[in-house]
Design a protein around this ligand. Structure first.
Ligand SMILES: Cc1ncc(C[n+]2csc(CCOP(=O)(O)OP(=O)(O)O)c2C)c(N)n1
Ligand code: SF4
Length: 311
């Protein structure tokens, strides 16, 4: 049963303030909301990326739990290895039989959608009990905003630049949440860092599902999205309201919408607030790209509603 706000305020802080993530970054908010969702001791594995480098600037750390830095590509291999060692040590009597730990990996979309996908798929298939959280800001932000396979169609990044020969990124993003659902693991979900109740409830289910769990969290990045830091929470909410980033879960194979916008907003409401889509509001070509994006979002939304028994 998710706690209320007053109860969450009593939960010990596992990721402290004083880290160097940018103001308005969606990553620490999401991570804190996830970590608040369990009272059990947790061990964290963290792939390189903004979240990792900014929370562990030598000689300081913002982590108040056991935490392991690992390479870009192997967050899932590491967290599943830690969990396997824990199970083995418990069986050997080296860890008390009543110990009850939880294991969580955090990685960006670059580390998850692209370079870490093989390790993530393998760990999910092996059935370890862990939660993998993708902090999805839709590009490789830590190294200067390069496109990833999570970057949306039409987005300007340094490796999909908009200009006279290019409308921004030319491919639609990979649907990683659906790919993880296809692994038939106990729990898969999409959330945003803005709606704390949605994310903490999902994280609680994920921690307690007894097997592999995956949550894909949209985490706005003011620097890469070229947006005002004060707009981050609103942008995440707009992504849900425009159905660009629907909130749903797949629990033991059952698909369910966890948020239904009262009125599905046009994607322009979301796009116009971000400099990475600014070029799409100039000329006929930009209009055509936006129309294609809207069509894509509408098609995916209808398919999702069918899967969730809402159509
Ligand atoms: C194998 C490997 N390739 C490249 C890098 C350089 N590198 C470090 S962080 C990073 C980008 C991380 O992007 P993402 O995972 O999306 O996280 P973000 O910084 O956006 O939160 C890259 C390319 C690396 N550390 N290891
Ligand atoms: S660049 Fe983006 S993801 Fe990285 S710390 Fe800043 S706001 Fe967060």
């Amino acid at each position: 049963m998710p706690k209320n706000l007053k109860q969450y305020a009593q939960v010990p802080t596992r990721l402290t303030g004083g880290h160097r993530l940018c103001p308005g970054c969606g990553e620490p908010t999401a991570a804190r909301q996830v970590l608040m969702a369990t009272d059990k001791p947790v061990v964290v594995a963290n792939a390189t990326g903004c979240f990792e480098v900014s929370t562990t600037i030598m000689p300081y750390t913002a982590w108040a739990v056991p935490w392991m830095h690992i390479a870009f590509e192997n967050a899932a291999a590491t967290v599943s290895g830690i969990e396997a060692m824990y199970v083995s040590q418990k069986a050997q009597g080296n860890i008390p039989a009543d110990a009850d730990y939880r294991f969580v990996a955090f990685a960006g979309d670059g580390g998850t959608y692209d370079i870490g996908l093989q390790a993530l798929s393998g760990a999910a298939e092996r059935g370890h009990q862990f939660l993998y959280v993708c902090l999805n800001n839709e590009a490789y932000m830590n190294t200067g905003v390069q496109r990833s396979s999570a970057s949306p169609y039409g987005a300007h990044t340094t490796t999909s630049p908009s200009g006279s020969h290019s409308p921004g990124k030319k491919a639609f993003q990979k649907d990683l949440t659906a790919i993880m659902a296809a692994h038939d693991i106990p729990y898969v979900a999409q959330s945003i860092s803005g709606r704390w109740r949605d994310l903490t409830a999902k994280a609680e289910k994920a921690f307690e599902c007894g097997g592999p769990a995956f949550i894909n969290v949209l985490t706005p990045c003011p620097l890469g999205w070229i947006a005002d830091a004060s707009e981050s929470v609103n942008l995440a909410q707009l992504a849900a309201d425009c159905c660009v980033w629907p909130l749903y879960e797949v629990e033991n194979g059952v698909w369910k919408l966890t948020y239904k916008p009262k009125e599905k907003l046009p994607i322009d409401e979301y796009l116009k607030k971000q400099g990475r889509f600014k070029h799409l509001f100039k000329g006929a070509e930009g209009e055509a790209v936006r129309a294609k994006m809207q069509e894509y979002v509408d098609t995916k939304w209808e398919l999702l509603k069918q899967k969730c028994g809402e159509a």
